[in-house]
Design a protein around this ligand. Structure first.
Ligand code: PMP
Length: 427
């Protein structure tokens, strides 16, 4: 059993010694001290079903024994060697990762986070194209350093610092967007940006296949192929941000972009890649990768043996335990059950997503789509009290985000939906 300081003591320390920007969702935050696969345990030993942590940390489940073993073995052997020396961990993982990509996407640069991966991808695209202008999609999230904060297109994640050269395109939002699910019409906005907002040349286009922070928004079908075409004609590179939608989460495909029938020039990853170990990656073609050799470029911890050992172990577990298939089967089952809830509760405006990346948008008025922000928080809190942790997001903070570890079972899905059903009945 846990014998450390109480939740109240930790909270008091946190208030005194940690930056106040570090927030928590719940009125009374949980103190989590243990994790096993899809479960988390608090300081009192109470078990919670985790339907959110999967996005950030656990592709194959909390404390997966094979990932833990790979990390511990590597820790005991060698924790850090600069990339000036040879070590098998980074090379083996790069090879395994590259085998998961189509086309000429073959060479990897490892980073420590999603922000770093996207910063690097944007810089490589700018260098390769010789053009600074970047286009990103409104409501997208790509990170919080200068370049990525520029590409992020939600005001609440932006500070007024230098963010030059980014144009934000209309979001092909199938729920609230003016063109419904007609991807080609939204894609015209990117043509307009090139025509009116640039010299006619662009450096890059960056998008998530499913906007995560933005509230599990799947880009309208037909959008990406049309935009990729426009951007390439204008000399730019197409970057797929797979930080949330990658690593089998969407079930139907290993990468989110694959559902749109496109092959990007650069793909970025983080979060699930290392099962909670700080790790990110940028993969691109050998030709584009060369731009980094024009000057000196390095990342002290990027590709560290411990982190890459973790990443490699995660990839093996996803394959061994057939987690992509599980994401598809259990995710689709859960989505069907959530759609049935929509018929029961007026407050559910939309149920969307793929595999184990699902969103449920709450609105107080179906016509006006008025965000039901307070109700979203209330249901989340109720579900937490009944032992189920879900996330929230969306521009208005009125979308439940369900992104569990990919080992989530049908029974877990039933429990989650039953608890949500009960909580919604109390709204
Ligand atoms: N891209 C996407 C799609 C993300 O969701 C996030 C994080 N929410 C990032 C990039 C940034 O990743 P990190 O927090 O690891 O810097």
């Amino acid at each position: 059993p846990y014998t450390g300081p109480s939740a109240d003591e930790i909270l008091a320390k946190r208030r005194e010694f940690l930056n106040p920007a570090i927030f928590h969702f719940f009125k009374k935050p949980l103190c989590l001290v243990d994790g096993k696969r899809q479960y988390l345990f608090d300081d009192k030993g109470r078990r919670y079903l985790d339907a959110f942590g999967g996005i950030a940390t656990v592709g194959c489940g909390h404390s997966h024994p094979e990932v833990v073993e790979a990390v511990c073995n590597q820790m005991k052997r060698l924790q850090h060697a600069t990339i000036l020396y040879l070590n098998p961990a980074i090379a083996d993982f790069a090879e395994a990762l590259a085998s998961k990509f189509p086309g000429d996407l073959k060479v990897v640069f490892f980073t420590n986070s999603g922000t770093e991966a996207n910063e690097l991808a944007l810089m490589m695209a700018r260098l390769y194209s010789g053009c600074h202008d970047v286009i990103s999609v409104r409501n997208g999230y790509h990170g919080n350093a200068a370049g990525t904060m520029g590409a992020t297109a939600q005001g609440s994640y932006k500070f007024n610092v230098v963010q030059t050269g980014v144009h934000h395109a209309l979001n092909p939002d199938q729920y609230r967007g003016i063109f419904g699910s007609d991807g080609l019409k939204y894609a015209n906005d990117v043509d307009d940006i090139v025509t009116y907002g640039t010299s006619g040349r662009v450096g890059a286009f960056i998008a998530e296949a499913i906007q995560g922070v933005g509230g599990v928004m799947e880009l309208a079908p037909g959008y990406l192929p049309a935009v990729y075409n426009t951007v390439r004609k204008a000399g730019g590179l197409c970057i797929a941000d797979e930080v949330q939608s990658g690593f089998a989460r969407t079930g139907s495909h290993f990468w989110g972009f694959e559902a749109h029938g496109v092959v990007p020039d650069i793909v970025t990853m983080a979060k699930g890649i290392g099962n909670g170990i700080p790790l990110g990656a940028v993969i691109t073609t050998p030709e584009i990768a060369k731009v980094l050799t024009y000057r000196n470029y390095f990342n002290t911890f990027g590709g560290n043996p411990v982190c890459t050992a973790a990443g490699h172990a995660v990839l093996k577990v996803i394959e061994k335990e057939q987690l992509q298939q599980n994401a598809l089967t259990v995710g689709s089952y859960m989505k069907d059950r959530l759609i049935a809830l929509k018929d029961k509760y007026e407050i559910i405006g939309d149920v969307r997503g793929r595999g184990m990346m699902l969103g449920i948008e709450l609105v107080t008025d179906h016509q006006l789509k008025t965000p039901a922000k307070d109700e979203t928080l209330y249901v989340m809190e109720q579900m937490k009290d009944m032992g189920v942790l879900i996330g929230k997001g969306g521009f208005f903070g009125n979308v439940f985000r369900i992104t569990p570890p990919l080992c989530f079972t049908k029974e877990d899905a039933d429990f989650l939906v039953d608890v949500m059903d009960y909580s919604l009945s109390k709204v």
